[in-house]
Design a protein around this ligand. Sequence first.
Ligand code: AMP
Length: 280
Amino acid sequence: MEIIRDPKVFQEKILELKRSGKKIGFVPTMGALHEGHLSLVDIAKKHSDVVMMSIYLNPKQFAPSEDLKNYPSNFKKDTEAAQARGVDLVFAPTDEYMYPKGFQTSVDIKEITKGLCGAARPGHFTGVTTVVLKLFNIVQPDVAVFGEKDYQQLKVIERMVRDLLIPVKIVAAPITRENDGLAMSSRNAYLSHDERMAALSINQALRMAKEMVAKGERSPHQVASAVRTHIQSSGRARVDYVKVVDPETLEEATNLKQPARLLVAAFFGRARLIDNCLLG
Ligand code: AMP
C-alpha cells in the first residue's frame, strides 16, 4: 500500500488507474481509525476496483475553541489498519499541500447546514464541504463512502454533489457500534470510565424512541423530550440538541406519519458525541 502526500502526484496516479479502466472507490477520514472507518472500506471495495483512503485532519472544519489540537492521531497504526483492510492507496497531505499560501476558496451550502451541528459549530460545514470537494478533485472517485454516523454531513455532501453535478456516487454506510451500543467515534477516546457508562444513555434513548414510535407515538415533540430526559438522567450529559427531522431536508418534522430521523448531540466531559436513527 502506497502513501502519497503530494496532491499532484496522487492525481497522476489516479489518472493512470482510470486510463487502465479501474473504478475508483474513496473513503475520506481524519485518521484515528476504528472499525467504523474500516467498515466504509469494506463497502467501498464492493463498489470499486481500487480503494483510496484519505487521512487528513482538516483544520478548516474546527473552530478555534474546538479539539483540533487534542484530536487523537496515530498515523502508523492507521496505515497498518488501512493496509490490513485492503486499502490500495492512502492520501495523507500536509496543511501546506491542502491550503497553500494564497488559498481563498470555500464551498458554502445554505439551508441544510444551518441547524443541528451547523448551529452548534459555526463554519464547520464550510470546512467540510471545501475539503471534500478538494479531495474529490484530487481523488476523482467513482464512488465515495460516508457514514450515517455523521448524518447531517452525509446529507450536506449529497446536496453538494447534486447541486454542483459532481460525477461521484455517494454511498451511505450504517453506523458501527461497540458491543454495548455506543456508536464508534474517534472522540470516544476522550471519555473517562464513568462518562463512557453515561454515554450509553444515547443509544438507549434512540432505542426507546424507536419503541415509542412502534407503539404508536406520533408526536416528534414527545419523542424528542423523552430522549432528552433519558440522556440527561445519566447525570453526566450536557445535551446540545435532540431533533426529529425530515430524513432528506433535515427540516424539523411536524408529525411521525412519515419516516423521520432522530438526531442527538451531547457532551460527556469534553467529548461531543453525536448519534442518530431512523424513526418509522
Ligand atoms: P471522521 O474520521 O470522523 O471524519 O470519519 C470519517 C468517515 O467515517 C465519515 O464518513 C464518518 O461518518 C465515518 N464514520 C465515523 N464513525 C463511524 C461509525 N461509527 N460508523 C460508521 N461510519 C462512521
